[in-house]
Ligand binder design. Structure first.
Ligand SMILES: C[S@@+](CC[C@H](N)C(=O)[O-])C[C@H]1O[C@@H](n2cnc3c(N)ncnc32)[C@H](O)[C@@H]1O
Length: 445
């Protein structure tokens, strides 16, 4: 527990001296508990009681959610260490004062305030800014609690995508903002940097320095497989922020070409790599900001040499719209197995359905007559399976035996009587004897 300022500062020092990933969770918990006591913003509060703010450029998460960000150990460690290193580098270069703007402090000003508590007074001029009044009050309480008034910190309640310094000539050495989620969705990081970069010195630094979004080809089922990089589709850095600030929005749209090859077994993955400062970075698996997004093979048809298009849209809840090439279907000459052909499980029709999906996945056109589609739906329904999940699996796996193994894992071993009943019902559907419940064909069939 951090019972006193001294204990809090000892814990902060451990956070700054630890190797990446070596911070113990209990240290983070203790710091959060201490900050909660001082600010009265507790991470344990029900999130529904703390409100997000919706702006023209994205969502400003609620004070409680922002407080919870502290608990993402690796994120907090690497961002806080990055800020500390940037300050130390600046202090080596000039006498000071170093001007720092921190936009989106949350209630604990996590990325700067703990650092200040652990150092003798440094020659810094600091502006702390947040859109939530509750965060401003909390930050002021922390400044008073830790006796940081000497810094003459300017605490501002404002929207960081609109705010301008009182003195128009003011330029900052360091601008910090962590207002992002993975793939720069929803929160206003891009628009905050776009606006604030005009107040950064030409020699100044944005933290994070670089948020790089990349596209990969990956084999879903093969853990040994090394992902293949298709390319970077967006990079938020100082150059990008400056271009955006000058009205050049071309970086918000990009194209990547799918490499030549047979990608039938692959899916598309998008990742977020963050270089906070110099060598300090966060990659896939490190924290929630680096969660990878994998497209289902349904949504992403991998046609060699064709482009995938990325456009950053809807500033109120920003996100990338990803458009995959439309398959140019070829009429297939492949002959499907007969309905009565069965695999291990002895269920008729599913081998034929699997092969149809296999052919469609390769960009060949095969239609499923309505009777067959209804019969297949009846099988999935009888097995209490979601038909779209079943079809997703058919598209994902390469071998019918793997598909049957998945089916077995879902429904368990079936008795012979159950299989016979399923097959009997399926045969009557196929011969259109008992009208099935009407359902429409999915678009791709
Ligand atoms: C993800 S939290 C990060 C909190 C803290 N900086 C940290 O790293 O733990 C983002 C913070 O940015 C603030 N914020 C989001 N959009 C903002 C905007 N347009 N202007 C000012 N603050 C904003 C939110 O209120 C929230 O406190």
């Amino acid at each position: 527990m951090c019972e006193s300022k001294v204990q809090f500062i000892e814990t902060v020092n451990r956070l700054f001296s630890a190797e990446k990933g070596a911070v113990v969770t209990s240290d983070i918990k203790n710091m959060v508990a201490y900050l909660g006591k001082v600010t009265q913003v507790f991470t344990s509060t029900d999130m529904n009681e703390s409100h997000t703010a919706h702006t023209a450029c994205g969502v400003a998460i609620s004070p409680v959610q922002a407080a919870k960000c502290f608990e993402e150990t690796l994120r907090t460690q690497i961002f806080a260490q990055g800020v500390a290193l940037a300050i130390e580098d600046n202090l080596k270069l000039r006498e000071g004062p170093i001007k720092i703007l921190y936009a989106g402090t949350g209630p604990y000003a996590t990325l700067l305030l703990p650092f200040l508590t652990s150092r003798e007074k440094l020659p810094l001029e600091i502006t702390l800014l947040d859109i939530h009044e509750e965060n401003i009050a909390a930050v002021e309480a922390l400044i008073a609690h830790f006796g940081l008034e000497d810094y003459n910190i300017n605490v501002v309640l404002a929207d960081a995508t609109q705010w301008c310094p009182a003195c128009p000539q003011t330029r900052f050495d360091i601008i910090i903002s962590e207002t992002m989620t993975a793939l720069l969705k929803r929160e206003p990081q891009v628009y905050i940097f776009k606006h604030l970069v005009q107040f950064l010195k030409s020699t100044g630094v944005l933290i994070p320095e670089e948020v790089s979004l990349k596209t990969w080809l990956t084999k879903r089922v093969d853990e040994e497989y090394e992902d293949l990089l298709i390319g970077e589709f967006f990079c938020l850095d100082q150059a990008c922020a400056l271009a955006l600030n000058k009205g050049d929005e071309s970086c918000l749209t990009s194209q990547l070409i799918i490499p030549d090859g047979d990608w039938a077994e692959h899916v598309v993955k998008l990742t977020t790599d963050i270089r906070v400062y110099r060598h300090l970075s966060l990659q896939e698996g490190d924290c929630s900001l680096n969660i990878a997004f994998v497209f289902s093979p349904y949504d992403a048809v991998l046609m060699p040499s064709k482009p995938i298009t990325f456009s950053y849209i809807q500033p109120q809840s920003p996100d990338f719209e990803v458009v995959f090439p439309k398959p140019d279907w070829r009429q297939s000459e492949f002959t499907l197995p007969e309905s009565e052909d069965v695999g291990e499980l002895g269920i008729i029709q599913i081998k034929r359905a699997f092969q149809r999906a296999y052919i469609i996945k390769r960009g060949e056109k095969l239609t499923a007559p309505n009777d067959e589609w209804q019969a297949e739906l009846a099988i999935y329904e009888a097995l209490s399976l979601n038909p779209f999940e079943v079809m997703g699996k058919m598209y994902e796996v390469e071998r019918f035996s793997d598909f049957e193994a998945w089916l077995l894992a879902q429904v368990g071993r079936l008795e012979k009587e159950q299989v016979d009943l399923l097959n009997e019902n399926c045969r009557s559907q196929l011969s259109n004897q008992a009208p099935a419940v009407q359902r429409s064909l999915p678009e791709q069939c």
